[in-house]
Every structure is written in C-alpha cells, then in structure tokens.
Ligand binder design. Structure first.
Ligand SMILES: [Zn+2]
Length: 70
C-alpha cells in the first residue's frame, strides 16, 4: 500500500497540520460509509503519529482492491 501511495504523493510528505513526517499506514483497507449507509468507499488510511491527523486514499483508484471488488 505504501508503494502505491508514494507513487502519487510527492515529497515532502509532511503532515499538513504539524509538518512532521511520521506516518503509519493501515495494514487493511477500511470503509468510509456514507451517512445513509448505502455506500462505502474503500480507503487506505494514513495517520500522523505526532498529531493524529488522518488522511484517506481511495483504494480503488490506487488499484489495491481484489478483482471485482469496489
Ligand atoms: Zn501531524
């Protein structure tokens, strides 16, 4: 997952909140549900280990989903 994100995320890869560069990337794809729970976006989440700011990358766009999943 990190490799796919780094292809798109240009340096410096610093946190927009605290300007540190200390990220943790989720080991699994997470789901971001719409308010009415009718749809969920598959995402990779990255969490700044200094301030907790979280960024989401769409896993479908990064081609990280198994065939036929969205
Ligand atoms: Zn931060």
């Amino acid at each position: 997952m990190v490799r796919e994100i780094n292809k798109h995320w240009k340096e410096p890869r610093v946190c927009p909140v605290c300007h540190q560069n200390n990220w943790a990337v989720s080991a699994e794809i997470v789901r971001l549900w719409t308010a009415r729970l009718k749809n969920a976006y598959p995402c990779v989440n990255m969490v700044c280990q200094n301030c907790g700011h979280t960024m989401l990358f769409n896993a479908a766009i990064l081609n990280l989903l198994p065939e036929g999943k969205s």
